[in-house]
Design a protein around this ligand. Structure first.
Ligand SMILES: Nc1nc2c(ncn2[C@@H]2O[C@H](COP(=O)(O)OP(=O)(O)OP(=O)(O)O)[C@@H](O)[C@H]2O)c(=O)[nH]1
Length: 384
């Protein structure tokens, strides 16, 4: 039995301006410290070099955590780890620079920009609403998918500290070591790495709600939860994806993602485009929500065709369920059944062989059927 739906990450109600699901950053490791050129305070004939090594620079790491709900813009878009300290006489080594760990929510894809001169082109490309995966493949490569809590990637390694002259004794023998007052070896031997990276959030959810604007997707997700996302009678109320947690009495849980409404031509960038569909790419079940009081068969076909065209049909490999919402506006029992049958026929014609369930998110009717339906699909997918 369905217990409740809890909102995990909230998108609706925030404007698309402050919802962040993509971020471009520069990550630079810290510089290594200089090694020390120093000699023991003894008479010339006895003294030996005693300069300590410079410390290595810290590294920049990107780590995913379930405690982080949304991608946060850091105070600076250039993340720089700490520099290593200088070496000193008496064989004192410089301190190692501090690592900088940037925490991100689970589900972040890390892409490295390999051709730095293309960066500005790429940024213009992204700002125009395009997806980085459709950008020149040679210039950007996916290097990590941080989808497990605590997974991390070493993004930019720190530089290596210079060698102190105490090392020269073993390298050159004491006599030569004493003579070398200034040496190149004291200079840090390796520069820190610096990379431009694109972080893209691909939400982690089991079920994705898809539908035309105003079909009632947000209502469906919110009517059983205490959270109150923005729901209104105008199209495109949802500006950014939302993930809610559906909990059942026996402890079973599902994460459900609501993405902004899709319209005909979305794959050509109309409406809010298909950019947000990457948030349902990890799902096991797609839930097509249609407004039964409008033109549900037409709507279903439009959504299906747009999904079919997304990433070469990659979203069609999972279970699906069709939810006929707004049943309260569809007259008596007999008329409702007729509508459901028509939608069922349409779904079959399109090759959507999953269940068709009716509900009214507004009146709270049939929601259990929706939850149980998506649960069956997810359980089946996990058994395979
Ligand atoms: N009568 C009726 N109205 C509903 C039902 N579900 C949602 N609505 C109304 O339909 C309108 C749109 O609902 P939303 O939940 O915002 O729809 P959406 O699909 O999330 O819309 P977008 O954010 O534009 O994608 C709101 O005015 C809701 O109150 C329902 O079952 N019956």
């Amino acid at each position: 039995m369905l217990r409740s739906i809890r909102l995990l990450a909230k998108g609706p109600g925030t404007s698309s301006h402050n919802f962040l699901d993509r971020l471009t950053l520069t990550c630079t490791g810290g510089f290594g410290g200089r090694g020390s050129i120093s000699f023991e305070h003894l008479p010339r004939s006895k003294r030996r070099p005693d300069g300590g090594n410079g410390g290595n620079g810290g590294s920049v790491l990107i780590r995913s955590s379930s405690k982080v709900q949304n991608l946060q813009k850091p105070t600076t878009l250039h993340l720089k780890a700490g520099d290593g300290g200088m070496g000193h006489g008496q064989k004192k080594h410089g301190k190692t620079g501090e690592n900088l760990v940037y925490s991100v929510p689970n589900g972040i894809i890390v892409k490295q920009i390999t051709y730095p001169n293309h960066v500005y082109d790429l940024e213009t490309w992204l700002n125009e609403g395009n997806d980085s995966s459709s950008y020149d493949k040679k210039s950007i490569k996916t290097i990590a998918d941080l989808n497990v809590d605590g997974s991390e990637i070493l993004m930019s390694k720190g530089g290596v500290g210079g060698m102190g002259n105490a090392n020269y004794i073993s390298l050159y023998g004491r006599d030569l070591a004493v003579q070398s007052k200034v040496s190149e070896a004291a200079v840090p031997s390796k520069d820190p790495e610096s990379w431009r990276v694109v972080l893209e959030l691909k939400s982690i959810a089991d079920v994705g709600l898809l539908g035309m604007p105003n079909a009632g997707k947000s209502s469906l997700l919110s009517c059983l939860s205490k959270a109150k996302p923005t729901i209104d009678s105008y199209a495109f109320t949802t500006l950014s994806p939302t993930v809610g947690k559906v909990e059942f009495d026996d402890g079973f849980e599902l994460k459900m993602a609501d993405v902004p409404g899709i319209i005909k031509g979305a794959s050509e960038g109309r409406g809010r485009g298909l950019r947000f569909l990457r948030h349902v790419e990890r799902t096991e079940c797609l839930c097509y929500v249609v407004d039964s009081s409008g033109f549900p068969e037409y709507d279903l076909e439009v959504i299906f065709r747009e999904i079919e065209g997304y990433e070469g049909g990659g979203l069609l490999d999972r279970g699906a369920i069709v939810v006929c919402n707004k049943m309260d506006l569809c007259g008596e029992e007999e008329e409702r059944e007729e509508i459901m049958e028509k939608i069922g026929r349409k779904a079959n014609e399109l090759g959507l062989y999953g269940e068709v369930v009716g509900c009214s998110a507004l009146e709270g009717e049939g929601l259990e059927g929706v939850a149980e339906g998506v649960r069956r699909i997810c359980e089946e997918s996990r058994r395979q």
